[in-house]
Design a protein around this ligand. Sequence first.
Ligand SMILES: [Zn+2]
Length: 181
Amino acid sequence: MKLKEHRAIVLHEDAGQPKNGNIEGLVHWMKNERPDGAFYHRFVSGSRIVYGRSTAERCIHCGNNTYTREATAFFGEEHCPPWDHRERPHLSSPNNCTIAICMLHDFEGGGFSGETLRTTARLCSELMHFYDLSLEAIWTHTMIVGQETKLCPRAFHTLQYQWEYFQDMLNHFLNEMEAAS
Ligand SMILES: [Zn+2]
């Protein structure tokens, strides 16, 4: 199924123990054993980026019964129905208009290394440039579905400096790109 449009980028983390850069192991597990069919467009660990699905295609990654007020305001009722909708899979959801990036956490508790944060920021800046997205288009899974549903990526909601470092890097890469164009 194709993405209807590219409105935003949604950041996720992998669950469980830190995988020490084993993106292939995670991809294999998701493809073969994860029951909900969830998948991502890109996987990041340290300086590595592994391609999951084409950004032309839709991934299942952030659908929910309800969405935050902020998400409903940004994505509109077409993508974030403001009622509790229970159809499965969710046909109207931000999955139809978002790019999903999975960041492999490097430390217990969900923390990311500086390298993982930098690589993700660079990747985001490139996608933002390509799809003409503004900073408002950067979302976390939690910002879309709410903390009570999912804390993801944990570090961006529990470790303030990680979110700040990421945004700082993102601005840096965006400015660099601006200067080059
Ligand atoms: Zn997530």
